[in-house]
Design a protein around this ligand. Sequence first.
Ligand SMILES: [Ca+2]
Ligand SMILES: [Ca+2]
Ligand SMILES: [Ca+2]
Length: 620
Amino acid sequence: MNRPIGLAVALAVGIACLAAMTVLSAPGASRLPWSDVQDLLRLQVMGPGSTQAPTKEYVLQASEPIQERQLQQLEELGIEVVSVEADVAIVRGDLTAFSGLLGEDESLAWVTGVLPNLPMQDSAEPKYYAITLEQAIAACGLDPKLLAPIGDGVVVAVIDSGFTDEITQVLGADQVCFLKMSSPDKSGKAQLVAGRELDAHGTMCAEAIARIVPRAKFLLFSASNPLDRQAMLSLIAEGAKIDIGGQTIDLSTIDVVSNSNYWPVPQDHNDGKGKLARAADAVVTAGIPFVYALGNFGEGTSTDRSFFAASFEDTDNSKLHDFDPGSTSLNDRNSLSIKLDPWDGKDPATVTVILEWDGWPYQVNTGSPEWTRDEIASIQDIDLYVYREDSVTKSLVKVTQSDYDQLTSLSAASGGLKPVDPLEVVQFTVTEPGTYLLVVRNATADHPGNLKTRRVNFHMYAFVGGTTLSMEHHTQQGALVNVGGAEKVIGVGAVGFTTALTWCQMPFSTQGPTTDGRLKPELVAPTAYVSPLTGQVFSGTSASAPLVAGIVAWLRAQVPGATTDQLREALCRSAASLSGDCNSFPGTATCPFCEECNFGVGCGMVDAKAAYQYLLSLGH
Ligand SMILES: [Ca+2]
Ligand SMILES: [Ca+2]
Ligand SMILES: [Ca+2]
């Protein structure tokens, strides 16, 4: 993304609601260097819970109420039974050998599953178990014995932040090709070359797919910034042929793209019209299904991130958005407060806030390089300010600001300068406890020649490193980022296995819809499984999407004639309904493929076998 880094511009006009306060100082209002934005939080951070593989207790599930003789059988195998209740037992011991017997030893056919007994959350209900990767795959309707998931001849592309050597423990050297974008040459062009970044995140994504289609070929793309990712998607959509060490890699042979990372900077307004979303849709149009992890923004508060969406409203004419229109306190009314909690004040915490809105070019400019009068009249400029309330004096201190002038940039555009996207970003370090106030200001009002009437719909994303963040208000629905709103992409949410032995939407899993009202996610898949390669519990929607991508790869091998539209339709129409309150969400979107769908779990849980049968029913 081309975003010029300018000098901070001091506030020209006082903020009405803050005028009565003593503004003590405005320490170093600095812009966040773009490279930092790219590096920051580019991964879908693991969801809540432990990252250590569980080792102690397990939940053993039986096909029937457990009998005395079955308990004896376990004892003879060296497994300690802690407790039994109907068809579930809590057991202890090294279950490595025992797990190997399952599915092989017929006398153990009554054991239908063994789960590590590790609640993923301590504070909230319901609790979630970490499960094994095999259990996660089986839960997706893929029984290795029945379906022989091998994936001969299939080519899988995984785009992620990086890959470690561990992946070669499950994939042969002839199955893997590491690719990344080169540094731009003098003309500014970058090439796809052999190489990679190192990151276990991509390894765990590729590992999950490899367990479903172990004989597929893997193109592992390391994307270190949004521009690289966009370039990669364009090359894939073009079906480019890349020469790597004398060998030609034909990107048109890719059968599925799996992508589980994002940058915290939205590149569109969650309407699928942004650069990355369009690049992803172009991949699907070229005949390659695209599976995307929808993100971990669902919880909204008391995590390391929060999201807020609103339509700009200013009934007190302060030029500041009314976050609390009914409040008699001007500060409360015109600001959104955030607190870090818990925070002991010892280690400075870094907070990043991103503000984006339905500005231009995607939502206003109709595509022509020339702007019409109506389009220009629709441009709205808003800015982002951060204040801190002094814990002693209660006065407000300006912490930082981001105030790009989108209107000036447009004027400059006709002089050959690049336009600035509707985006404001601040980053500040919290060095003392207190409440921070986020303020969204209508800067268009400063442009008297540009009277604006169009309502601005804006999104705010806040992130903190190392602690949790509580936002005064947060919005649970619609916190999609990057590719999340793309029309043709299969967006995947996350479900966990609960202590009630049901599948339930994970609280962190990002909810739809898109800003233009379309259903997201399309479906959900399990998360929080133990990666055999890294020994970590792989959580977040990052872990769910590769399971769906693996199933798509498997379907491509089984039903080579299925089109991308048919694959998407088959996955959605055959998804299993999830019961229970934790899967109930208000609101339904336009839902072409399922009768019962919602913004939390989409059409439901992916079911590979049912999707396969659905494709057969279409005549394949
Ligand atoms: Ca106001
Ligand atoms: Ca407020
Ligand atoms: Ca601005």
